[in-house]
Design a protein around this ligand. Structure first.
Ligand SMILES: C[S@@+](CC[C@H](N)C(=O)[O-])C[C@H]1O[C@@H](n2cnc3c(N)ncnc32)[C@H](O)[C@@H]1O
Length: 237
């Protein structure tokens, strides 16, 4: 039976898991470090794939008031709104339903964008990832900054594990379904060369792409939640 890559994100249990992460885990030290380095508190910022509001809450609490947090999943949007409203009544208005591959904001509307914790890699194909990158590129100002992460299948902590996976002839390298407590999760793990090339094809210049462990020590809670991943910081050229 054909599996639906979006089903996992539409389930209440999944959304509750990410809403709990917003409260219990918060911003990773590595995210905080790069956000502080690249985003200014007065920047209008777009978050893609906000889940339960983990990054939006962290940004708002860290003094970035101009955040628009978006997700395609209605249940994620509802729970992110609830999490943010619990912290400040006005913050629930920061959350909007948007599909990252077809953003409806005006061109050049945002100074920065963030697609945290491998969200871009949850899109079902390369064509979808390119559509999202093009869509984000359109709504960023010239010189605007995009921060996102992608699990690296070639280098770092995940490489040995990925190398052990038997790839069938018809499988796209890096595409994988992971079992979960709810429906299976689709996730693509990329290589640095592949993601740099997708960025360049969609009009971005890669500024740096460190592994999360090279940015900061995130600690055991983040390690259990997310493992090691690679950050990409790119600018709209
Ligand atoms: C791995 S979760 C990360 C959630 C959150 N950013 C965090 O770090 O806790 C990926 C998120 O991307 C969202 N997502 C998947 N496809 C999307 C799309 N096409 N447009 C917008 N969001 C999408 C999912 O609903 C989910 O909330």
């Amino acid at each position: 039976m054909e599996r639906d890559p979006q089903a996992h994100w539409l389930e209440t249990e999944t959304a509750l898991y990410y809403a709990r992460a917003a409260v219990r885990i918060g911003l990773w030290a590595s995210e905080k470090s790069l956000i502080t380095k690249y985003f200014h508190p007065t920047d209008r910022l777009l978050e893609l794939g906000c889940g339960g509001g983990r990054v939006a809450l962290g940004l708002l609490q860290a003094g970035y008031p101009q955040v628009v947090a978006t997700d395609f999943s209605p249940i994620m949007v509802s729970l992110a709104r609830a999490v943010l409203a619990d912290h400040h009544p006005a913050w629930e208005r920061c959350v909007e339903q948007q599909d990252a591959t077809a953003l409806t904001y005006p061109a050049a509307d945002f100074a920065g964008a963030i697609f945290a914790f491998n969200g871009l890699m949850c899109l079902p194909s390369r064509a979808h990832r390119l559509a999202a990158l093009r869509s984000i590129h359109r709504v960023l100002k010239p010189g605007g900054i995009l921060i996102f992460t992608a699990s690296d299948r070639e280098k770092g902590a995940n490489a040995a594990y990925r190398a052990k996976e038997a790839a069938s002839d018809d499988e796209i390298p890096g595409d994988r379904w992971h079992e979960s407590d709810t429906s299976p999760v689709f996730m693509h793990s990329s290589t640095e060369a592949e993601t740099r090339s997708e960025l360049s094809e969609t009009g971005f210049s890669t500024m740096e792409c460190p592994l999360s462990t090279e940015v900061a020590q995130d600690g055991p809670a983040v390690e259990a939640f997310a493992g090691e991943t690679r950050f990409y910081i790119a600018t709209k050229s």
